[in-house]
Design a binder for this molecule. Structure first.
Ligand SMILES: Nc1ncnc2c1ncn2[C@@H]1O[C@H](COP(=O)(O)OP(=O)(O)O)[C@@H](O)[C@H]1O
Ligand SMILES: [Mg+2]
Length: 294
């Protein structure tokens, strides 16, 4: 399999040794085209006869799309994201991520848990990735300060993580990820430990930042509300082993006002429709867990 677009500077390819997949139809291309091309992705833990965590996922994610993955606990969401981040290998299929600029990092991740350095201030945490890349201090400031401002954290720039609430720490993690200007942004249930009020505020703030950058995002959640509020397209996964059950477009215009959007009938209809797909999978996932413990 080879890079498909002449305009590509480089493409990260991870052809699994065991891949038997046919070549991709289109593959990942430069800006405006497909940013992430997944073909027949499979992941087993403990050898080919071991646990199948992900089975046969094929999807193209266009550049600039806010792509959301919803699925029951244990269906392989984190595993898929770790594979996209290059932190884990897939055991079948292929991945291409189109790169527009070889100087930029391929990805940045935001997790549910705390990933800030406790000994750095808010500002230094947010600036970390840029400094690691040797960006001049004046440019770091020009990038980091407006982002901190946009997410309501500018006045806390000299605070340390232990002085912040969980929601504030996640805001800094988000700024750090965007500041680094990765080709793709990977988010694994970043808000699931927060209370509902904080979550709504963070949805608004994340959308505000994302709408100015239109970065390609892969966002994982088990919340259907979160998926519909944030996403352009939603992949519903099956219970273990994780497959793509369906892909659903979210038609709501942007910029989105979170509370106003949630107050519309079409929002409720879409949430209901996705729950219809998910319900069976959540039940299946629960019986798998109960079966394993009895
Ligand atoms: N390092 C690992 N070794 C063995 N099994 C794993 C490992 N990581 C995840 N799994 C298994 O793979 C499946 C999917 O896990 P995960 O991707 O964490 O699910 P999710 O994020 O959707 O809750 C689960 O059955 C989990 O126990
Ligand atoms: Mg997970």
């Amino acid at each position: 399999m080879s890079a498909t677009a002449g305009t590509l500077k480089s493409v990260r390819q991870q052809d699994a040794a065991a891949a038997t997949a046919p070549p991709p139809a289109g593959g990942a291309t430069a800006e405006g085209g497909t940013k992430i091309a997944l073909r027949n992705i499979r992941k087993t833990f403990g050898g080919e006869r071991g646990l199948v965590a992900i089975d046969d996922i094929t999807v193209d994610i266009p550049a600039g799309q806010f792509f959301v993955i919803v699925g029951p606990s244990g269906c392989g969401k984190t595993t898929l994201l770790r594979i996209l981040a290059g932190l884990d290998n897939h055991t079948g299929g292929s991945i291409e991520i189109a790169r527009s600029d070889s100087d930029r990092p391929t990805n940045a991740m935001v997790f549910q848990g705390d990933s800030l350095f406790p000994w750095y201030s808010v500002y230094d945490n947010a600036a970390y990735g840029l400094r690691m890349r040797g960006i001049a201090e004046s440019k770091v400031r020009d990038i980091v300060l407006p982002l901190l401002d946009k997410i309501g954290m500018a006045r806390f720039r000299d605070h340390y993580p232990h002085q912040l609430s969980g929601g504030m720490r996640q805001r800094v993690s988000i700024v750090r990820a965007f500041a680094n200007d990765p080709e793709i942004l990977l988010m694994d249930e970043p808000f699931s430990a927060l209370d509902e009020q904080n979550r709504v505020l963070l949805h608004e703030e994340l959308l505000r930042i994302w709408e100015t950058t239109k970065k390609t995002v892969v966002f994982i959640t088990h919340s259907v509300d979160e998926a519909v509020t944030l996403g352009d397209r939603i992949m519903v996964m099956t219970a273990h082993p994780g497959r793509s059950k369906t892909l659903i477009d979210v038609p709501f215009p942007r910029p989105r006002q979170v509370l106003e959007l949630r107050n519309t009938p079409s929002y409720g209809h879409l949430v209901y429709q996705i729950w219809e797909y998910l319900r069976e999978e959540v039940q299946r996932s629960r019986s798998q867990v109960e079966g394993a413990t009895t």
